[in-house]
Design a protein around this ligand. Structure first.
Ligand code: FAD
Length: 481
């Protein structure tokens, strides 16, 4: 009897333990992707619907996956609806003996999987779930009192002490096709924008899918020398760009881990760069482990004192930030890079987040929500955990008094201004000295650069020092309460 393999955020063939087990059983295999916007758990605030950019990515990724499944003799069936209804109905339709999937260790997904298991058990259909989405399951790293770790360094030490994650499993070479059934048409799901079609920048920037992910990893590891320093430089291509591929499970963290370890064994002088890279991968797990413990991480301050924080409501400022019109070039470059490509360099994410939360005193949840909608790597763990970290309300707390200076950050990490010029072309003709603070240019310098401040490019929406002092005052109110 056939086995259904239920694909979710694991749109790959290699290191897909559920698919591996199904293929090895010798039974016919039906691959299913379910667009679930209907389960009650998906409607809960802990599991908001995907944003625009991730919906675009999903469509491309499903096309790539479908072609790969076809090539080994299987078919990807698309269905829509609540998992606990659709999966049992499909299982009955093809007389399946089992349904397999890879676990997503997040409360709403675990609850949905429980409902599916229960509904299938009523039909005498077996289920099995496998691990593969994380370096290690949240249950494996606990403190004595049972909760997960809230500080990254000891957390990562524990992962290293385990010797890293399990070895990946290979892709099946061949699938025995299950009986043919009806499949939705991907285009009918309307995952991609049409009017207006804002996805041009995404198409230019990315090739979603498993094959592209492995190509990126290979090229990155070949050039990893210098990563530890270059990863902070938005003007250089110093990072892997794997985050959206990881988000959709087109590549697994353990595949990345073992490929990187292999490179480190071959080239011992790359050890420190690779060590740094692996620790970044560790941050992804850290954020997901936090989410495992705190399902409402995107809506609730981890530190309760922040519930009394005097946030400001300032729609105009929020809009200026979203559009990259704050008058601070490094902030505006980041926000425009995000809008165009669906990602933003990590260093710049920290700068723009700090600017929103501290200079503008706008609640981090507004920034998190904007990122959720516009990032192709928007992740239930990494996005809120990093926003809370920058705001100071989260785990592994950053000191509250750290207010990034957007001018100094620009000068330090984009010293020639190339990153700013790429995304804020209005400032193209300004020198490296002026490009991070155009308002300090003399009228003559502005004229020579062909730019009118206030019309071609805005004046800063808030003075840095004023914003900094205001932020420190606001943070003091909750520290003393
Ligand atoms: P690399 O430097 O090549 O790192 C390799 C991998 O490690 C990344 O692909 C990512 O999976 C992981 N990683 C690296 N840094 C972090 C980090 N700080 N936290 C968690 N994982 C990390 N990352 C997301 O994947 N999704 C998000 O929604 C997201 N939101 C963020 C919001 C803010 C405010 C900030 C400051 C950071 C956020 N990050 C998020 C983390 C980080 O910016 C991206 O993972 C990184 O820029 C992706 O680029 P890369 O793949 O080239 O990274």
């Amino acid at each position: 009897a056939p086995i259904i393999v239920w694909f979710r955020d694991d749109l790959r063939l290699s290191d897909h333990p559920a698919l591996h087990a199904a293929a090895r059983s010798g039974a016919p295999v039906l691959c299913l992707y379910l667009l679930d916007e209907h389960s009650k758990q998906i409607k809960a605030p802990q599991a908001r619907p995907m944003g625009g950019a991730t919906r675009w990515w999903l469509a491309q990724s499903l096309r790539a996956l479908s072609a790969r499944i076809d090539a080994i003799g299987g078919t990807l069936v698309l269905r829509q609806g609540a998992a606990a209804k659709v999966i049992p109905a499909l299982a009955r339709e093809i007389d399946a003996s089992h349904v397999y999937w890879n676990e997503i260790a997040q409360a709403p997904h675990l609850a949905i999987a429980d409902d599916v298991t229960e509904a299938l058990a009523d039909l005498d259909i077996g289920t099995e779930s496998f691990a593969g989405d994380l370096l290690t399951h949240p249950n494996t790293i606990r403190m004595k009192e049972g909760r997960g770790l809230r500080v990254f360094t000891p957390f990562f030490k524990r992962i290293l002490a385990m010797g890293g994650p399990a070895k990946p499993v290979p892709a099946p070479k061949k699938l025995i096709a299950a009986p043919k059934v009806k499949s939705d048409k991907l285009d009918d799901w309307k995952l991609e924008p049409s009017k207006p079609d804002w996805a041009g920048g995404l198409r230019e920037s990315w090739t979603p899918g498993e094959v592209a992910a492995h190509r990126l990893l290979k090229a990155f590891l070949k050039n990893i020398q210098g990563y530890a320093a270059d990863r902070d430089r938005p003007d250089r291509d110093g990072t892997s760009r794997l985050s959206p591929h990881l988000r959709f499970g087109e590549i697994s963290p353990r595949q990345i881990w073992h490929a990187a370890q292999f490179t480190a064994d071959e080239h011992p002088k790359l050890q420190s760069d690779i060590g740094k890279f692996l620790s970044e991968l560790g941050w992804r797990d850290f954020c997901r482990h936090l989410l495992f413990d705190i399902p409402d991480l995107a809506t609730r301050n981890l530190q309760e004192s922040f519930d009394d924080f005097p946030w400001k409501t300032d729609r105009k400022a929020l809009k200026a930030w979203q559009r990259g019109l704050t008058g601070y070039p490094i902030v505006d470059a980041g926000m425009r890079e995000l809008w165009h490509t669906g990602v933003m360099h990590n260093r710049v994410r920290m700068v723009v987040a700090s600017f929103l939360v501290k200079h503008l005193l706008i609640d981090w949840r507004h920034g998190e929500a904007w990122f959720w909608d516009t990032l192709v790597d928007a992740d239930n763990g990494s996005n809120p955990a990093n926003w809370q970290w920058v705001a100071g309300s989260g785990a592994d707390a950053a000191p509250y008094f750290r207010v990034f200076n957007p001018i100094l950050q620009g000068e330090k990490f984009d010293p020639d201004g190339d990153y700013v010029r790429r995304w804020v072309p209005e400032l193209n003709n300004l020198s490296a000295k002026l490009v991070h603070q155009p308002w300090t240019a003399t009228p003559m310098e502005l004229k020579e650069a062909g730019i009118k401040l206030g019309s071609d490019y805005p004046m800063p929406i808030i003075d840095h020092k004023e914003g900094r002092d205001r932020a420190l005052k606001a943070y003091k109110t909750i520290r003393s309460s």
